[in-house]
Write a protein that binds this ligand. Structure first.
Ligand code: NAI
Length: 325
């Protein structure tokens, strides 16, 4: 069996190559899966895609026409695949958890960087500037953090925040009966949080949940952390919130229009996205390029589970990690 990988990077090749055997071979394409590139899948039984590959109706139709039986996502989120349309036509599998610690820890890394200005200090001291002017931060201890989505990542994030002595409140539309977590309404969370961290999936329900209305309810100076999906935030409303100083800072690992720029070196290009350009120009906005998942442990788990998913599907016709809605 030969599996084409779309949007493959050096770190994908390194982590997957070890699973190459006489029965499974990989073909790594740098290009993303989209309408123009889907023809590369012709002749294969399965395809392996990532977060910014476009797997919409026309792409699914083309894959079915080529006889592709399986779409193996090497990630947890599946909002880039039209799952409803795929149902009954082609099987979609994913890696439901590879290292929730990686993402939760990255959210904390962004938050700490933001509140203690370590990114600015790093640049300063490299050029022998040891001034502290403008680097004053604030304690996380005793601050209230509002966590939206208390699944695998949200819960680990909560545990870490508790370690800092923060007060945690949470909202989850489908919360499990437990526990140790103080749940509240979304409105109360917006009103009472010093920091808001997003850990829910992107759905019709959560699309642009951070918008003009929700920002209006928030505390002045609130910090927003998003390691989940870019479209949870209306970026134009976020910018207005920052300009009016209602929002004190944004830590963004994801961005709604990231597909055109993230994961690539665009440093010689003129930025063709005014919203992103404004965000990047703001001193209290920290952007990373959807890298929260990027740890050695997570990459190893992604490779192992993806290969297991593919084998399970072709051996048994089913897969435990099939995406069903
Ligand atoms: P999970 O499925 O374990 O948890 C998601 C939680 O969100 C669940 O408890 C669910 O009930 C809740 N939820 C669903 N709809 C909601 C709504 N309308 N309002 C509030 N809560 C809602 O997922 P996990 O593993 O914790 O991942 C969370 C998200 O993190 C993923 O959906 C994905 O978008 C993102 N992610 C980002 C990565 C990165 O590299 N930046 C890597 C992996 C995941």
């Amino acid at each position: 069996m030969k599996i084409p990988f779309f949007d493959s990077k050096k770190y994908d090749i390194n982590s997957f190559e070890q699973y190459k055997s006489h029965s499974v071979e990989f073909k790594f394409f740098e290009t993303r899966m989209n309408h123009d590139t889907v023809s590369l899948a012709n002749g294969y039984d399965a395809v392996c895609v990532f977060v910014n590959d476009v797997v919409d109706k026309p792409v699914i139709d083309a894959l079915c026409e080529y006889g592709v039986k399986l779409i193996a996502l090497r990630c947890a989120g599946f909002n880039n695949v039209d799952i409803k349309y795929a149902e009954g036509k082609i099987t979609v599998v994913r890696v439901p958890a590879y290292s929730p610690y990686a993402v939760a820890e990255h959210a904390i890394a962004l938050l700490l960087t933001h509140v203690r200005n370590t990114h600015k200090a790093y640049i300063r001291t490299k050029s022998y500037n040891f001034s502290l002017i403008g680097l004053c931060g604030f304690d996380l201890y005793n601050k209230t953090v509002g966590v939206i989505g208390t699944g695998k990542i949200g819960r680990i994030f909560i545990d870490i925040c508790r370690g800092f002595g923060m007060k945690v409140i949470a909202y989850d539309k489908f919360r499990k009966a437990d526990d140790n977590i103080e749940y509240t309404t979304l409105e109360n969370l917006f009103k009472n949080s010093d920091i808001i961290s997003l850990h829910c999936p992107l759905t019709e329900d959560t699309y642009h949940m951070i918008n003009e209305n929700s920002i209006r309810m928030m505390k002045k100076g609130v910090i927003i952390v998003n390691t989940s999906r870019g479209a949870l935030i209306d970026a134009d409303d976020l910018i207005e919130g920052i300009k009016s100083k209602k929002i004190g800072g944004a830590c963004l690992d994801v961005y709604e229009e990231e597909a055109d720029v993230f994961y690539e070196d665009n440093s010689s290009d003129i930025i063709d996205d005014d919203t992103l350009a404004i965000l990047l120009s703001m001193p209290n906005v920290l952007v990373t390029s959807h890298q929260a998942f990027l740890t050695e442990e997570a990459l190893a788990n992604i490779a192992q589970t993806t290969v297991d998913n593919i084998k399970e599907f072709f051996d048994t016709g089913k897969c435990e990690n099939e995406v069903v809605i």
